[in-house]
Design a protein around this ligand. Structure first.
Ligand code: HXC
Length: 517
């Protein structure tokens, strides 16, 4: 028979009260807004019965603005540890039904405690965010609380994976912590992120906007690049987080566990042959190329809606997790611009931090020209991708599919920036620039002087194409290790990664580099 003493009964009473969140009315409002509660979210994300809550009974010590009289269950955030597909994680889930999920000192200290636990135990930290930002009533304590979280985000960066799901209106400080984490998820219609809301913007600048146009999924997944993953519902969001974790290690000293695959690493692909032989002027789907290379043709894309001229994401190859970076000829001809450089750089650094080898698929005509790009800082911002590749020491395998022109050839994991094994398809064109541009610069005077200028131009373009628009000059120099048949790419790349598995690059002693931010 279960004995319930008075003391145990008191524990139950206190616990139940804290678990009731903001009460039935506010919980109903949360549901009406199409959102799960903080506790339902943890149930959906974590393995069944794996959640162990900490600090359930914490409460703010602040008393100003009537806080002393207020009941603030769990201080507005549920924290603890649990498991995702059997792997340990630390979690926090902000409770919008309690003072709008706003962050006071006790709330911040609860989050800091699980972040410390995650960092010291070497496990990922997942934050489920639904918060109005700094709790106004707690003043500088709330600001200090945020800064403590930001500081920990930075200390943890590159040591353990940090994942944020934005599941409501996140304002002010509530968006800066996610910004420092590795991946941000948003849910259609219910997630919003902004530093200052529509009211403040209207008062300050006169601009008209609403939550959705200012900081909804569309704005952050396609324009600002803040959001990496879009989910159709909260359940979809948690399923995607579970999938993402499959590609990440527990911490930077760990490797992603291989997942046995029945897909033959030597599988040949007629599709890749068809793409290689297709008209160079007709863009093909680089997603199709990636899928042809991947185990079970499965590709987990990151940042799919942002800077679509570069594609990044994870595949498995021979069972091992691999990060893929690929130019996308279907968007801006695959040229690099500011957004693509930043997107690519962030992904390369993430892979490098967490020991995930990188496969780079190159088909790049160069940098996207324009005054807007130049004045927007393509020199500084474009250099980030170059910096990231030069710095990355994980195994790097590169395949030049078609074009590799100019500085973009150098940047895209060329031999010169320490690609470990560099391949090219027979149709690859590796040169300073394309035939038309080169002929116009080199032979302008000669073409003008010719009896039949257009014929002369055509002949020069043909000559240049024969001489430079191929991979063989690069192969002669050893900049391309092997020219490979397109159909055999999967086997060549899988074998390369298998060989490079234990690659070690000694680190140069220094405090840290100075990436052009
Ligand atoms: C205290 C807050 C709060 C906050 C919301 N609430 N935000 N309480 N501090 N920051 C409370 C509301 O008073 C309300 O309580 C309940 O939460 C729900 O809020 P509503 O406004 O009714 O909800 P909704 O209409 O959905 O709007 C949500 C919202 C809005 C967009 C988040 O509340 C809002 O704009 N809040 C302020 C956002 C903000 O400016 N934060 C920045 C703080 S400064 P009752 O009891 O009435 O239900 C900051 C700087 C950090 O964060 C510095 C780091 C760099």
């Amino acid at each position: 028979m279960k004995i319930v003493s008075d003391k145990t009964a008191e524990l139950h009473k206190r616990s139940e009260k804290a678990k009731a969140m903001g009460g039935p009315e506010r919980v109903a409002a949360q549901k009406k807004a199409g959102k799960l509660t903080a506790r339902e979210r943890l149930d959906a994300l974590l393995d069944e019965d794996s959640f162990q809550e900490l600090d359930l009974l914490r409460h703010t010590r602040a008393s100003e603005f009537g806080l002393a009289e207020k009941d603030i269950p769990a201080d507005g955030v549920v924290t603890g540890m649990g498991r995702v597909h059997g792997r340990n994680v630390c979690v926090f889930s902000q409770d919008f039904t309690v003072l709008g999920g706003s962050l006071g000192l006790a709330h911040a200290e609860k989050i800091c405690k699980v972040m410390d636990l995650g960092l010291e135990s070497g496990v990922p930290v997942i934050g489920l965010c639904d918060s109005g930002g700094a709790r106004i009533q707690e003043g500088v304590d709330a600001l200090g609380g945020y800064a403590e979280i930001f500081y920990r985000n930075v200390q943890a960066s590159g040591r353990i994976p940090q994942i944020s799901a934005i599941l409501g209106p996140c304002a002010g400080g509530a968006v800066y912590s996610p910004a420092i984490t590795d991946f941000i998820f948003m849910v259609k219609d219910t997630s919003h992120m902004f530093i200052t809301g529509p009211e403040v913007i209207r008062a300050a600048t006169g601009e008209e906007c609403d939550f959705e146009t200012l900081g909804g999924v569309e704005a952050h997944s396609t324009r600002s690049g803040v959001c990496h993953f879009v989910a159709n519902s909260e359940h979809d969001c948690f399923r995607q987080i579970q999938e993402l974790l499959e590609f990440l290690p527990q911490n930077c000293f760990d490797a992603v566990k291989p997942r046995p695959s029945g897909d033959d690493p030597n599988r040949e692909s007629a599709v890749l042959d068809r793409i290689a032989h297709s008209d160079p002027k007709r863009p093909y789907s680089v997603h199709e190329v990636i899928r042809e290379l991947a185990d079970e043709r499965s590709f987990f894309e990151v940042h799919a809606g942002f800077a679509r001229n570069i594609v990044v994401g994870f595949i498995r190859l021979g069972g091992r997790a691999v990060g893929v970076v690929a130019n996308n000829p279907q968007h801006l001809s695959g040229a690099l611009n500011i957004s693509a450089s930043e997107k690519g750089a962030r992904f390369v650094r993430c892979c490098d931090a967490f020991n995930i080898p990188i496969l780079t698929l190159v088909d790049v005509p160069g940098y996207w020209p324009g005054v807007e790009q130049e004045h927007g800082g393509i020199i500084r911002k474009g250099a980030k991708l170059l910096y990231a590749y030069c710095q990355a020491t994980v195994p790097k395998v590169t395949v030049v599919l078609k074009k590799a022109y100019g500085g973009a050839y150098d940047v895209m994991s060329s031999k010169h920036v320490r690609g470990d094994l560099n391949f090219a398809w027979p149709c690859a064109e590796i040169a300073v620039m394309g035939p038309q541009g080169a002929v116009n610069i080199l032979f302008a005077r000669e073409i003008r002087a010719a009896a039949k200028p257009e014929e002369r131009r055509k002949q020069l373009v043909d000559d240049y194409t024969k001489q430079f628009s191929n991979p063989y000059l690069a192969a002669q120099r050893g900049y391309i290790d092997e020219v490979i048949e397109a159909r055999r790419t999967r086997s060549k790349v899988a074998n390369a990664f298998r060989f490079l598995k234990d690659k070690k690059t000694p680190r140069v002693e220094k405090k840290h580099g100075n990436i052009p931010l």
